[in-house]
Design a protein around this ligand. Sequence first.
Ligand code: GLU
Length: 299
Amino acid sequence: MSDEPVTGRFAPTPSGPLHFGSLVTAVASYCHAKAQHGRWLVRIEDVDTPRVVNGSIDHILQVLEAFGFEWDGQIEYQRDHFDRYRQVLQSLFDQHLCYACECSRKTLRDANAQSGPLGLVYPEFCRLKSLGQKGHSVRINTEGCGIVHYIDQVHGKVGFNIEKQLGDFVLRRADGIYAYHLAVVIDDEQQGVNQIVRGADLLEATCLHLFLQKALGYKTPQYLHIPLVRNKKGHKLSKQTGATAVNLNDKSSLLIEALAILGQPVDREMEQASAKEILISAIANWNHHNIAVPSGDIY
Ligand code: GLU
């Protein structure tokens, strides 16, 4: 590692109240940064403005405060970064690394585009059309990129063939909304984030982030993907699967449950302690090697 300060972050999407799965991510990213005496930032990922649910930003911040998390610096909001995203996208255009695309989802379905692990594989229809940007989406050209690999601190080697399994992916939608993949890469670089802890649903997507970092000449952070918290039906806890807001009357036991999911040593007697005391003890005892490792490489 370089001598830059360890910088982690928690980057929730405000599409609903903070649920237990997000609390586990907040705990893991906080303990991982603080155990290394690093900084921990909070960034609200509201790039997809139509998906923002009223009141959810306030709820997320209230929960973080109630649990005793202390973030460093100002909270950042992606909605304040649109100029930054526009400039970076333009630089990719100037280098002929991306192009405008007029294909709708229907065009792709009608063309029987293959379905890959991250969505339909784009059949490159517009790669050579040189369309203007207005009213069109923008895609990155992934030609010849092969398999992109990284070493995840829990999962080990992860690799994904972007060109074959997803194709040229969207950086800005036709309605002008910047893609999460572009925004996250730019913001992490701008904020000096060098350790990213988040849910395992982004394991493969991280390869897209590495691909963009390389195209933009950015540094690649270390990645640690934590196990997904699932409901009784085995679905990932999320707003879509009806996950409910964390219960602020139950903070200590929720934190202990979160630490148990992360494989951290927990003393059940700590349930009598305050949430803040539990967090302090969790930082002191944090060992990311205890997080359960699924067997085998991910391809
Ligand atoms: N905003 C994403 C979410 O709430 C997390 C993205 C990330 O940590 O990179 O699921």
